[in-house]
Each structure stands twice: as structure tokens, then as C-alpha cells.
Write a protein that binds this ligand. Structure first.
Ligand code: SF4
Length: 616
């Protein structure tokens, strides 16, 4: 077996139907072509999954991977993604978290794990270096995520990292989330429901092998350089660390009240930012509650317009409960908001809502949460997620503000920024900006976009096109390059929080990759691998029936202005055309062209898609 640096050197498959565990050596071609993390997951998932499978059937595949920098001293190198076919969208889904079991899997010797099939009874997977076992989890089934993790720590030892589901995942709530180490949420797209459908309660891992890097001296010098860059951005980093929010927290929230709840800071491995914090409620009806929250400001923002969630302790209690049940807090709040809108619109009555009516106080909201998590009564309907609820309730179609089934309320009116909002429709998982965060969350001058373009590797010939528009950018064209850069970040195993992404320019990525792995690739080659991953994900969705019509903002989120350009149902087409053109995709269909796929080395995928022409 080849000796790898940066990489652990092996991929793991656990088939729960057959109880079979396979270990496959990594090869360098896979490493170069897909880099790692979400890149490996995408390729393995695409190859293993049959088109058209029900996301909640044994045919779905759950993939978790770490990147070549994961588990090293490279700053912020602790993030990993869980990827699968989403039970909310029916397309590719993924969710990112720190403290993921993926980091420990790497220390145990595996870059990646793919869970296939489904068990006929509750199980958990335990990995301890070379030993991999599927164990009975009947004693854990029914417990919430905090209790499950505590029970596994008691059983195995606290050195095991645990990613597990709670009651929502067990009951296939379509927006159920796995939780790592009791607080770190792989929130979006229903990955917890996929685990539940496989009767997989948890993955627990412990590794003692560490990670070897190819050139220690160069690697340590790069760590020093990266840490200096974080220090140089002290104000930005400190703002994010303190509030978990940028540009305007003080404008929207009462910082004094917020800071009263904040206890000690907490960081993912190797992270100088440390935006996780203990939230301690000292007074009032939740006094004594204490839990670890990641970027708490984002939770406040999510709940800001929810009646009945005006006090910070109420928001924090709601977040804690969602984590305990193992549910995506963003989708949970979206479902509470939707429920209230349908009730106010007289599309649902008190009888339909089990007597709750308007959930406009903390108690009724908490009751709704419990009902959803356990699929009790009315909660069974809400557990299906926004798209299905709006399809099921007569007259509710216009209330659906999801994109590909993933609630996208945050995008309303374009308030998140230009590429950040536009990326909601081009993201393969739909309804979230996490591959399109750039610098456009606040107004900038054109020169800033020119400088930024260089940091993310926009080719010189494209800069004029990308930095052209009333506010110094062409939103769809810039989004294309931001997505590739963000995909590279995810493949490397790094964090994509805004202050972090601004430190990791393409030069730093390139140097770190070479120093860690010993594989020399140019910046453009690395970005090409990220582009390959992005195109493969698009092809997966096309294989599942996605068409250009799916790349739309729902009416409820429009109109908006992005980069100084008005976005309406009519103008959306021309914006999409620009995006497809910049991607080298067919403008009429929104599909990667044969030339594009062959150019990326995806001949097998091009052939498969050729075979589908005329079948859709
Ligand atoms: S910025 Fe926050 S989420 Fe990202 S690696 Fe650091 S502590 Fe973890």
C-alpha cells in the first residue's frame, strides 16, 4: 500500500444490510481529482447510489469524509461534511460540522466512511483504529442526542468522538440533524433522517495514529503564516468570535443582554477563532440551563422575526431543545413560522393544530418542537418539511419559500448579500448560501472585488466580466468562482465561516496542500478539482431529474436587488444564463456540456448523461 501524507490512506465502507466492513486503499488519482472531504464523498456516493432511490430506503448512501488538512495544525482544519440524498429535496444534500467523527476516523486511519444498506435493528458503528464493529444500539434508541453521547462516553470512554441522532432522526423527521459531541450540528438537509432510516443511532470513533505531513518544516512555517493572518484581522475575528455574526450585530441586537448569557469560548480543533460559546442562563424560567452553542448570533438572527422568541434566553432554550431532539434549528424555526402563517391565513384551524393555533409564546413553540420531533399528531405533518406541508394543505402553495424543498427564508429580499443570496438557487443542495459566501454581504467598491477575485483564483481573462455591474460585481458570474473556492475549502476539511474564508486565499490553499500531502498541484489544478466536484454534484441532481426550472427563487422571496440588479421572476432567466455561461454549461438546459465534462475528466458521467437525453 502506498504511503500517504496528509491523507490517512484508506476508505471505509460499512454495509449495514449485510454486516460487511470493507477497507479500500486510497489511490493518488482519487486524491488529485477530488482532493478529499466532500470531494471523496461526492465521487463515492455518485458511484454507489442507484438513480431514483428513495432517500429513506436502504439504497441511499451516507458518506462522511475528512480532508487532507483535517486533524493537522493548519488553522480551522476541523470541519467535515455528511453527504447523502436528501429526504427533503430528493437531490444531493450535505451538512457541515466541527467536532465531526470524521476527524477521529482520520486519526484511526480512514479518510472517508460510506454507510450503505440498512440494519434491521438499531445499531451503532464503533471504530477504534483498525477495529471496526457494528454493535447493537437498542439501549440507546429513544434517547436524545445529549443522553446518547453521554451513554456512549460512559460505555467506550470520552476519547471516542460521537456523532449521533436523537428522537427526530429515529422518526425520520425530514429535517433531522446528526449532532457531534453534544453540540456541533450537521444541521441542514435531513442527514439525521437518513441515519434513522438505516437504524444507525451513532458513529463513535477513536484514533491514535495521528496524521503525517510530507514537509514538516514548510508545513509549520505555513501554520505560522496563517496564524499571523488571523492576528492581523483581529477586529474582524474578534467581532465574529464575540457575536457569531458580522457587520451589524450591534445594530440589530442588544449586545449587553446577549453578553450576559455568554460563558467561556470554545473552538474546534486547531482554530484560533473559537466562535463556539457556552450559553449560561442564570435567571428566569430557564435558569440553570447551560449548553454549548456554535456561532450564537446566527441563531438569534434566525429567530429574530419569530413572535414569542424575543428574549435571548428563549432563543437559546429553543436551540438547545432542537439539538437535543436532533433537528435542524433553521428548518425548525421555518416550520414554526409556516405553521403560524397558515393559521393566520385560515388555512389551518385550531383543530388541525391540536389546539395550538398560533404558536406565539415559548411554551407553545416548545410544544410544537416536541410534537415534530416525536411526530405526534399535528407534528407529523410539520415533520415532512415546508414543501410537502405546502403541497398537502389546500391553498398553501404560495407559502412555500423553499428552494428545492430546503427552506430558504434567510434569502428573503436579498438581505444576506449578493452572491450569498444568489447562491441559494445555484447550490446543489438548495436553500442555503454555504457555498456562496464571498465579500458581498456588505457594499464594496469595484476595486475590492478585483482584489478579492485574485484571492479566489478567478482567471485574469474573467476578471472584467466578474467585476462589472452597478455595484462593482456581476453577481451570477462571481458566484460561479466563489462556489469553486468554497468547494475547495470543504474538500480540504476547512471551516468556511466568513472571517476564516477571507484568510484562506488560493495561494495558502495551494502551499498547504503541497506541504501536507507532498503532491504538487498548481492553484488552477486545485480549483479544477473543486470544479470537477461541483459539476459531478450537478450531474447527480440531473440524473435525479433536476432541470433548469428548479433553479428559481420562489415568489415569496422576490423581488430583491442583488449587486444593484433587480431580481424578479422575469429577470431571473437572464441572470441564470450568465451563470450557466460562466460555468460552461448549456444555457438552454442548465446542464454541463459534454465538452465541459470530458474536459474535467468525467467521461463516464458524460456518457451516462448522454444516455439520458430524451428520457426526461
Ligand atoms: S470558526 Fe468556529 S466553526 Fe469554524 S473552525 Fe473555528 S470554532 Fe469551528
Amino acid at each position: 500500500m502506498k504511503d500517504f501524507y496528509g491523507y490517512a490512506g484508506a476508505l471505509l465502507e460499512v454495509n449495514l444490510s449485510e454486516g460487511i466492513i470493507r477497507k479500500t486503499p486510497l489511490d493518488e488519482e482519487m486524491a488529485r481529482n477530488y482532493i478529499g472531504g466532500v470531494g471523496f464523498s461526492t465521487r463515492v456516493f455518485y458511484d454507489l447510489i442507484e438513480p431514483g432511490v428513495d432517500p429513506l430506503s436502504p439504497g441511499n448512501v451516507l458518506a462522511v469524509g475528512s480532508g487532507p488538512l483535517s486533524g493537522t495544525l493548519a488553522p480551522t482544519s476541523a470541519r467535515a461534511e455528511i453527504l447523502s440524498k436528501s429526504p427533503l429535496s430528493g437531490f444531493i444534500g450535505w451538512a457541515n460540522n466541527g467536532w465531526s467523527v470524521a476527524n477521529m476516523l482520520k486519526y484511526a486511519g480512514y479518510d472517508h466512511i460510506a454507510v450503505t444498506g440498512a440494519a434491521d435493528r438499531p445499531v451503532y458503528i464503533v471504530v477504534s483504529d483498525d477495529d471496526v464493529e457494528i454493535r447493537d444500539a437498542s439501549h440507546l434508541w429513544g434517547r436524545d442526542t445529549f443522553e446518547t453521547t453521554a451513554a456512549l462516553w460512559e460505555e467506550l470512554g470520552k476519547e471516542f468522538w460521537v456523532t449521533c441522532i436523537g428522537p427526530a432522526g429515529e422518526r425520520l423527521v425530514r429535517f433531522a440533524s446528526p449532532i457531534s459531541r453534544q453540540h456541533s450540528t450537521a444541521a441542514r438537509t435531513g442527514m439525521g433522517a437518513v441515519m434513522g432510516s438505516k437504524k444507525l443511532k451513532a458513529i463513535a470513533a477513536r484514533g491514535t495514529k495521528g496524521v503525517k505531513v510530507a514537509d514538516k518544516k514548510r508545513f509549520l512555517a505555513l501554520c505560522e503564516e496563517a496564524n499571523k493572518r488571523f492576528e492581523a484581522r483581529h477586529n474582524l475575528v474578534n467581532e465574529w468570535r464575540t457575536y457569531g455574526f458580522l457587520a451589524g450585530f450591534k445594530q440589530f441586537f442588544n449586545t449587553e443582554e446577549f453578553l450576559k448569557l455568554k460563558g467561556g469560548y470554545y473552538a474546534c480543533l486547531s482554530c484560533p477563532v473559537a466562535d463556539n460559546a457556552w450559553m449560561n442562563i442564570k435567571e428566569g424560567k430557564y435558569a440553570g440551563s447551560s449548553y454549548l452553542c456554535s456561532a450564537p448570533g446566527t441563531k438569534l438572527l434566525t429567530c429574530a422575526n419569530t413572535p414569542g422568541l424575543q428574549e435571548y434566553d428563549e432563543v437559546m432554550k429553543l436551540t438547545e431543545l432542537a439539538n437535543r431532539y436532533g433537528m435542524d434549528v433553521f428548518s425548525t424555526v421555518a416550520m414554526v413560522t409556516l405553521s403560524n402563517a397558515l393559521y393566520k391565513g385560515e388555512l389551518l384551524s385550531k383543530k388541525d393544530t391540536d389546539g395550538i393555533g398560533l404558536a406565539d409564546n415559548p411554551e407553545s413553540i416548545q410544544t410544537l418542537l416536541r410534537k415534530i420531533a416525536y411526530r405526534e399528531g399535528y407534528g407529523d405533518l410539520l415533520a415532512e418539511g415546508m414543501r410537502r406541508v405546502c403541497a398537502q394543505v389546500k391553498g398553501a402553495a404560495d407559502y412555500d419559500t423553499s428552494i428545492r424543498g430546503i427552506d430558504a427564508d434567510g434569502a428573503k429580499g436579498g438581505m444576506l448579500g449578493a452572491t450569498e443570496t444568489f447562491g441559494h438557487v445555484t447550490s446543489h443542495r438548495g436553500g442555503m448560501m454555504e457555498r456562496s459566501t464571498s465579500i458581498s454581504f456588505r457594499p464594496r467598491k469595484r476595486e475590492s472585488y478585483v482584489t478579492y477575485s485574485a484571492t479566489i483564483g478567478v482567471p485574469e481573462e474573467a476578471v472584467e466580466r466578474v467585476c462589472e455591474g452597478p455595484e462593482g460585481l456581476n453577481t451570477p458570474r462571481l458566484t460561479r468562482y466563489v462556489e469553486d473556492m468554497q468547494t475547495l475549502i470543504a474538500c480540504q476539511g476547512l471551516c468556511r465561516r466568513p472571517p476564516v474564508a477571507q484568510v484562506w486565499d488560493i495561494g495558502l490553499h495551494t502551499d498547504f496542500y503541497a506541504a501536507a500531502t507532498g503532491i504538487e498541484m498548481t492553484s488552477q489544478e486545485l480549483l479544477r478539482s473543486a470544479e470537477r466536484v461541483w459539476n459531478l454534484q450537478r450531474c447527480f441532481n440531473i440524473r435525479e431529474g433536476l432541470t433548469r426550472k428548479d433553479d428559481r427563487f420562489p415568489k415569496g422571496l422576490l423581488p430583491m436587488t442583488l449587486g444593484g440588479v433587480e431580481v424578479s421572476e422575469d429577470s431571473m432567466d437572464s441572470l441564470l444564463n450568465e451563470y450557466y455561461e460562466e460555468r460552461g454549461w448549456d444555457v438552454e438546459t442548465g446542464r454541463p456540456t459534454r465538452e465541459k465534462l470530458v474536459g474535467l475528466g468525467l467521461q463516464d458521467v458524460a456518457k451516462e448523461l448522454d444516455g439520458m437525453v430524451g428520457k426526461q
